[in-house]
Design a protein around this ligand. Structure first.
Ligand code: CAA
Length: 380
């Protein structure tokens, strides 16, 4: 077993760290306050090769491994989880789904601009009545011969207002349950596709989360991903990798808060010495560092399994479950270590604490991860 990073991994991590600290950090508080999507920075991430990190270069990607993706996601998320969720959805849900299951024509038309970061993708599964229970899709895609007629509403869609390409999960045949579900590629300018209200959120406020409506949208048959009825499995397989991205985001939020708390505790004096020299604070730092390292190892292990073509369903759910719990718990501790300063925006930790919460909810709640893990454990 080798825990050493390669020179390539170090270079990717350092490039992501440099971009996060020097480019993203200066305006991150303002973007959070004003709920401003980081359009210009997503373009720059595309130029750095971070929007299609694992995509084959022949489709416009960077051809990197999943370990590199975890390292980059951690660094970007330390500073700006609103930017990193856009990066994660584009990389793991949209690009990976298209590259793995799309036709050559779909890859040329849709994957290439997404992998280059010229366009942004969105993954549309959640509905008003189908969040955790993802088989209960109400959005319908009726087979009309040469096209599907798409009707319904999707909720909480990351990149909803800024994407050009949407992967939409919809029910074609209710009698077949999850085997009657399809995944369709929908273009933003298709007639009958309406981008609804933007959500005013607790955290990741710079990200772009919308309700989407489909009213008799005609989606050509050639835009279906995989065989008829493959849509639910497509969503589950895609989310398995997506959870590595969100686990790494949670890891970054936790380690970003830890680094700020560590630095602050070495500067701030109380009762005659730096607060880091008081055991009450030193023990908090020890717990934070230990749990963050455990979360990092789970993220890297699930990435390694994926890179080595081994099953990573259980590992990615474990990584997401644990890293998101660590993010929530340790960002609260980082605010506590900062005292009153932690409660004001200037010190960044209150934002990280607000951002942490969503990592326990999207791409499957903590409870959903426990379903996935326990079913894997109990499988004969
Ligand atoms: N790979 C392949 N197939 C899979 C699979 C996987 N990882 N997981 C399940 N399946 C298959 C099963 O084998 C089964 O197929 P068969 O009947 O042929 O055996 C089928 O899918 C149905 O599986 P289940 O019976 O396990 O389905 P379920 O209804 O019990 O649900 C669940 C399981 C894990 C709870 C699932 O519904 C789920 O993951 N829900 C959460 C959905 C989610 O994560 N939503 C997030 C939205 S996207 C998002 O948040 C993005 C963003 O904006 C950031």
């Amino acid at each position: 077993m080798n825990f050493e990073m390669t020179e390539e991994h170090i270079a990717v991590r350092d490039a992501a760290r440099d971009f996060a600290q020097n480019v993203l950090k200066p305006g991150v508080i303002e973007r959070d306050n004003t709920q401003t999507f980081p359009t210009e920075y997503i373009k720059q991430l595309g130029e750095l090769g971070f929007m299609g990190m694992m995509v084959d270069p022949k489709y416009g990607g960077s051809g990197m491994d999943t370990i590199s993706y975890v390292l980059a996601m951690e660094e970007i998320s330390k500073v700006d989880a609103s930017t990193s969720v856009c990066m994660s959805v584009n990389n793991s849900l949209v690009c990976w789904g298209l590259e793995t299951f799309g036709t050559e024509e779909q890859k040329q038309k849709y994957l290439v601009p997404l992998a280059k970061g010229e366009k942004i993708g969105a993954f549309c599964l959640s509905e008003p009545e189908a969040g955790s229970d993802a088989t209960s899709q109400r959005t319908t895609a009726i087979d009309m011969g040469d096209h599907y007629l798409l009707n319904g509403t999707k909720n909480w869609i990351t990149n909803g207002g800024t994407a050009s390409t949407y992967l939409v999960i919809a029910q074609t045949d209710t009698d077949k349950g999850h085997k009657g579900i399809n995944a369709l590629i929908v273009e933003r300018d298709m007639e009958g596709f309406i981008v609804g209200a933007k959500e005013d959120k607790l955290g990741i406020r710079g990200s772009d989360t919308h309700t989407l409506m489909f009213q008799d949208v005609k989606v050509p048959k050639e835009n279906r991903i995989g065989e008829d009825g493959f849509g639910f499995k497509f969503a589950m397989k895609t989310l398995s990798g997506g959870r590595i991205g969100i686990a790494s985001q949670a890891l970054g939020i936790a380690s970003g808060a830890y680094e700020l708390a560590l630095a602050y505790s070495k500067e701030r004096k109380a009762f005659g010495k730096e607060i880091s020299k008081h055991q009450a604070i030193a023990f908090k730092l020890a717990d934070m560092a230990t749990q963050i390292e455990a979360a990092r190892l789970l993220c890297l292990k699930s990435a390694w399994l994926k890179d080595n073509k081994m099953n990573y369903d259980q590992a990615s759910s474990m990584a997401k479950l644990y890293a998101s719990e660590v993010a929530m718990k340790q960002t609260v501790e980082a605010v506590q270590i900062h005292g009153g300063y932690g409660f004001v925006k200037e010190y960044h930790v209150e934002r990280l604490m607000r951002d942490a919460k969503i990592t326990q909810i999207y791409e499957g709640t903590s409870e959903v991860q426990k379903i996935v893990i326990s079913r894997n454990l109990l499988r004969d």
